[in-house]
Design a protein around this ligand. Structure first.
Ligand SMILES: C[S@@+](CC[C@H](N)C(=O)[O-])C[C@H]1O[C@@H](n2cnc3c(N)ncnc32)[C@H](O)[C@@H]1O
Length: 291
């Protein structure tokens, strides 16, 4: 049986993106993720709970995740990070916190090759949203309405045998190629941000759907180390890829497990975020995940 014909498996890990000891070096073919965004108030408490109280410390924490991403990705595999910049006043000074440039330089420092990125420009009902007062220069601000889909590769190009069946079974169409590989995506609306009364920071499924089709082949394993509601995980499975989701927050992790059960995916995992994983989590099929 070809690798792309196998039933995709799911693995959920209740743990931290910066400590993926359950996953073997080079065992993942694509990461699609969106971390908590530094300096966006929604994520302050989550950063603080992990000892990160300011911008630099928040990015130090995320850098640990990029380091682990580099370790678990196979040569030639892609890391896709969806991140937005923040605007915030600290000590009375209003300024931009350029998360995208921080992630770009820190992931590159971890060894990744930076690639051309996508600007996800969200369609808005308020095209003239404006920060500032009146119509007088010079003290108004440009509206932030783009997020970044930063793309990195681990080393050189990924190699396949000639006429590789999984690769050919995963091809995209010419219109898909022309659209997806353009630098601005302006046709994707943001996802609902509140579920069950909680803010999620979820991205719409179309983002991982494109990225999974662009940068992996059927039968690959796709990881989201900041899984949240699991958008990447469910999308990857639907596209014939195995999926691994890592989530630190207890309640969010419990929801992921409940959603897996609701979908009939009998994933089994365990542990707590503080534990260093003594053994690999089991997958849908009861197999251990790759080491
Ligand atoms: C922006 S949200 C991800 C949303 C996700 N893309 C979705 O569509 O639902 C970031 C997630 O990372 C989780 N998180 C924060 N710190 C983490 C860490 N160190 N390791 C793993 N997950 C973490 C948060 O609890 C949150 O669920």
């Amino acid at each position: 049986m070809d690798s792309h014909d196998r039933t995709p498996s799911l693995s959920l890990i209740h743990g931290s993106a910066g400590a993926l000891s359950a996953l073997a070096d080079g065992s993942v073919q694509l990461i699609v993720t969106s971390p908590p965004y530094p300096m966006i108030p929604q994520w302050d408490a989550i950063f603080l709970a992990q000892g990160a109280a300011d911008y630099d410390a928040m990015h130090d924490l995320l850098e640990g995740a990029w380091r682990e991403a580099f370790r678990v990705l196979a040569p030639g595999a892609v890391l896709a990070v969806v991140v937005g910049d923040a605007l915030r006043s600290i000590d009375g000074g209003f300024r931009l916190w350029p998360n995208h440039s921080e992630v770009l330089s820190r992931a590159t420092r971890c060894g990744f090759v930076p690639l051309p990125y996508v600007l996800w420009k969200k369609p808005t009902n308020k095209p003239n949203a404006f920060l500032g007062s009146g119509f007088l220069p010079p003290n108004a601000y440009v509206t932030i309405d783009c997020e970044f889909v930063l793309l990195f590769r681990r080393g050189g190009l990924r190699r396949f045998p000639p006429h590789d069946a999984a690769r050919y079974a995963s091809r995209f169409s010419r219109p898909e190629r022309d659209h997806w590989f353009s630098q601005i995506w302006s046709d994707i609306r943001g996802a609902a941000q509140v579920r069950d009364g909680r803010r999620t920071g979820a991205f719409p499924a179309e983002i991982p759907r494109r990225l999974v089709r662009m940068f992996s082949v059927k039968g690959d394993t796709v990881l989201d180390p900041f899984a949240g509601t699991g958008t990447t995980v469910w999308t990857a499975l639907a596209l014939g890829r195995s999926a691994i989701g890592v989530e630190r927050d207890d309640a969010t992790y419990a929801r992921l497990q409940a959603e897996a059960a609701r979908r009939g995916l009998m994933e089994v995992s365990g542990g707590s975020p503080e534990e260093d994983w003594p053994s690999a989590p089991r997958t849908t099929s009861g197999r251990r995940s790759p080491r």
